[in-house]
Design a protein around this ligand. Sequence first.
Ligand code: SF4
Length: 388
Amino acid sequence: VIASEPVKNLYVNLPFCPSLCGFCNFYKNDMRTYDKYFSGVDLARHLLQEIQLYRPLISNKLASVYFGGGSPLEIPGDFLKKLLTALHQEFDLSEAEITVESNPFWAKDKKIYDVELFNRISIGVQSFDPGSLKVLHRSLSPDADFLNRIGSFIPHVSVDMVYDIPGTTADSFLNDVRCAVKLDAEHLSWYSLEITSSVFEKKLPRYEDDSAFKREWSTLLTMLGDSGYERYEISNFAKKGQTSKHNMAYWEHRPYLGIGPGAFGALFLENEPTSATFPQNQASAIRYRNKRHLGLYLKDLNESKKPWESSESLSVVDLENEFVFLSLRRSVGLDLTEYQNRFGKSFLMEHQMILDRHEEAFKQENGSLKLTESGLLYYNSLCSDLMI
Ligand code: SF4
């Protein structure tokens, strides 16, 4: 069902932010909490030590490294430089996409941009509209100078936006799209507030009815398409050849190592233990989450233990469902031959009744099953129908 393969994608969760945004669902800490646990602690050394707990499972050559979770560039001292330098020494990163998440303004220490240790920046803008940012309880407003000039420091730039902020008018939404397109970033993500935040869910609906949403979403798709962006995933758009290698690993259902407080990871293992640090009866696929308490996280690492808060072995049914819902997010769709090879059965035969019921939502092209544009609008409910 699942081939064990060495991990080539590394996610480093750094959940520390200069100010906490009210809308944000992620596990996060303000800088005071960071200081409480980490002042005088060599965080880079701890993260490198955490990697060593999994070292036999990791390829020597990585495809991507992603520093996210908060504001990695705001972590004081030369933390990021030290960690990146050590990663470059430990792994072959010559072809790796190395992304750092960023606020939409300059970091305190601009020297960090001169260091040629990372090659991609993912900027959380969310909206250009002050009213919308206020609704999100987000004090981190975009700085035009930063957004216009960061591309001359870092070769690859991605911008994150949110589209269904309560109280947004059709005009301010249109203005957000225009401003984002004008930046000419090579990659744009446009997520629904509903999935990035439970705070606003259902309380203050942005759209009175489906048709208002469809109208705005269709404008967004047209404007991005006209500006050279291809929609390669349900919420992600890229100029030619500029898809995110790291995120593709998630959507292609590949293993990834997550380190840092609160990080998620997914490992696909041989049934035989590949490392003495794993239990003998290890299942072939495991998903875990690291502890969301900085003190407990550090304690585990100090005892050379994996700082897992929870973990679950994935069953064949879990893997099948994940493969289906991740594949249908992508514009290339679900590869029917790959499904047959992985699960030993025909996806079409297995799901014919549901496919017939939602005929207009699916199309078959080049041996793959894809969602049509109207199908993508109902992605969640279609996926739950397809789950086994
Ligand atoms: S949106 Fe970003 S900066 Fe704001 S609290 Fe969440 S992780 Fe931190």
